[in-house]
Design a protein around this ligand. Structure first.
Ligand code: ARG
Length: 574
């Protein structure tokens, strides 16, 4: 299905060329307008100066050359020179009748998109911040794939660096085969904290730990095997959370900090050779242009510490290089918390200066805001400890189950468990996705699970309700029936359906899954008003009934596809 705006924009481009010549062609004057028409083009006003003519006259010329035969009613010029466009019901109906509402042709399809997301740390609990990078990143990955791009997922886990010395020594102390070691897969923080406490209080242990780091970075085989065991335990934990969350990340997508270990020396050497790095206070630093501190002094990005160790920044420089050179990214997204904004700006700027990041490759930090508690502070338990993600998710599922039991749907225990899972997890994911990714939001299970409002349960219920209508339709002969748009509510609904393509393009261009949430919420609301105003199963004739059934079915398809790219399922019944 073509996107409605790109269809109109193409026609405008032609009209502009015919009216004023090639140099005046624009391809993006058309925007959605809810008040006076379906769409509005603001193209005459911006040209007034250049053409030395009145906007309304320019608009008249454009309209005279605008071929919208069979698509729109006669365009209207409004106000100072806007062009208002309204689709004919026949055009809307015939577009829907092609049955391709969920088949999207993207203008960018075929691009290679590298997406860095989730990225928890080994031997540490995933916190709600990781929940958000995971959920938003996964929605972006699915959306890009849906519109025909190739996605390379990179789970940049924290699996390297100084803490691994103490973690490995602690692993040896407790015994590799011990229950304490295995507990990392279920309760990683306990292990980490025990290692940390020993490191801080036991000098001999700290010395062993430091020596272990040197052995690990130097490629000592036995140390490497111990490290692999640690990472393996954490992987079980990550995968448990991923399967609970129903995200698409697999072991194949793991690309932790460790994989860059062998590149770090070369990254530093190259930056030195290019004159971009120099020693300052014993450390090798890059001072990227335009980054200054409070007193205007140039800000360094340390790429090799004075003790010879490399850090997070060096790894990210190696990662950019790898993503362009080896993974051949056309565009790379970094779905990571907002506090790391400066880090990424510096890394990207240095990578550009070093020639690792050519102009035509776009890199973007998709900034992820905080998840807050009801006190407006970063979410913590009452005792002040970080909230355990698995517990939070189980709680959401348990509450969804209680709600299901209270409503009178007669579910078998298996179906009840399955629907509770879909609704509980869907609610948490949707709450995360429905606010702009760079703003913070308060984690509130009651609001997330509310059956009304912009929530997953509301949309899932809308989907389940359409399914129930379709089940009552005895037979599916209607799927081949033509859609006619008689009532205003039917017309509004079809316009909403046909906006799917545009909203996906918007999500892909701006990395904004919340726009898709708003779209789906509006669609569900349009369906509700349609259903209130237009009887479906008891419509006045068989033709109208079938047309409305098919319209309803198309809404269901779009709802399912839309929630699907957000990583949320629609239960059969609710
Ligand atoms: N592991 C890091 C954290 O928990 C996030 C890594 C993000 N990705 C990156 N390329 N730096 O904060």
């Amino acid at each position: 299905m073509p996107s409605l705006t790109s269809l109109l924009n193409d026609r405008f481009a032609l009209a502009l060329e015919q009216s004023f010549g090639e140099e005046f062609t624009r391809r993006d004057p058309v925007i959605r307008s809810s008040q006076f028409a379906d769409f509005q083009a603001n193209v005459a006003l911006p040209l007034a100066k250049e053409l030395k003519s009145k906007p309304r006259d320019i608009a008249t010329t454009i309209v005279a050359n605008l071929d919208l035969e069979g698509i729109c009613e006669t365009p209207e010029i409004s106000g100072p020179g806007f062009i208002n466009l309204t689709f004919t019901p026949e055009f809307l109906a015939s577009t829907l009748n092609q049955g391709t509402a969920t088949e999207i042709e993207s203008e960018t399809s075929g691009a290679r998109i590298v997406i860095d997301y989730s990225a928890p740390n080994v031997a540490k609990e995933m916190h709600v911040g990781h929940l958000r990078t995971t959920v938003v990143g996964d929605a972006l990955a699915r959306t890009h794939e849906y519109v025909g791009n190739t996605v390379v997922r990179q789970n940049h886990i924290g699996d390297w660096g100084t803490p691994f010395g103490m973690l490995i020594e602690h692993l040896l102390d407790v015994g590799i085969e011990s229950e304490t070691a295995k507990d990392i897969s279920a309760n990683p923080n306990a292990f980490y904290q025990a290692a940390r406490a020993k490191f801080d209080s036991d000098e001999a242990f700290a010395t062993r730990a430091r020596a272990r780091v040197v052995a690990l970075q130097g490629g000592d085989e036995q140390t490497f095997e111990l490290w692999e065991r640690l990472v393996g335990f954490s992987r079980i934990y990550f995968n448990h959370i991923y399967s609970l969350l129903d995200v698409t990340l697999t072991d194949e997508d793991l690309a932790g900090e460790s994989i860059y270990n062998d590149d770090l020396a070369a990254v530093c050497a190259e930056l030195e050779e290019k004159g971009l790095a120099r020693i300052s206070d014993g450390a090798l630093c890059v001072f990227p242009e335009g980054f200054t501190g409070r007193e205007g002094e140039p800000l360094p990005l340390i790429i090799r510490k004075s003790d010879g160790g490399y850090g997070y920044a060096t790894t990210d420089l190696a990662a950019v290089r790898h993503r362009v050179r080896t993974l051949r990214a056309d565009r790379a997204l970094y779905v990571v918390g907002t506090p790391q904004a400066m880090h990424f700006e510096m890394v990207f700027s240095i990578a550009r200066a070093a020639g690792w990041l050519p102009e035509e490759v776009a890199v973007e930090h998709v900034k992820i805001g905080n998840v807050l508690g009801d006190d407006g502070k970063i979410l913590r338990t009452r005792s002040g400890a970080p909230v355990r993600l698995a517990e939070l998710l189980n709680e959401a599922v348990a509450r969804a189950k209680t709600t299901l039991q209270e409503s009178n749907a007669e579910f078998s225990p298996e179906e009840e468990a399955e629907v509770a899972q879909i609704v509980g997890i869907g609610a948490v994911k949707y709450a995360d996705l429905s606010v702009a990714h760079d703003t913070s939001y308060a984690f509130d299970l009651d609001r997330m699970l509310a059956p009304i409002g912009n929530t997953a349960p509301y949309l899932q219920y809308a989907g389940a309700r359409i399914r129930s209508i379709l089940r009552k339709a005895d037979g599916d002969a209607f799927t081949a029936a033509p859609i006619h748009l008689g009532e205003a509510a039917e017309r509004d609904l079809s316009l909403a359906i046909l906006g799917f393509s545009d909203v996906l393009a918007e999500v892909v261009a701006g990395s904004t899954p919340h726009r898709l949430c708003t779209y789906l919420f509006d669609l569900a609301q349009s369906f509700t008003s349609f259903y209130e105003q237009c009887p479906v199963l008891i419509a006045e004739s068989a033709e109208v009934r079938d047309s409305r059934l098919r319209l309803s079915q198309t809404v269901l398809e779009v709802l399912e596809a839309g929630l699907g790219v957000l990583g949320i399922r629609v239960p059969e019944r609710m």
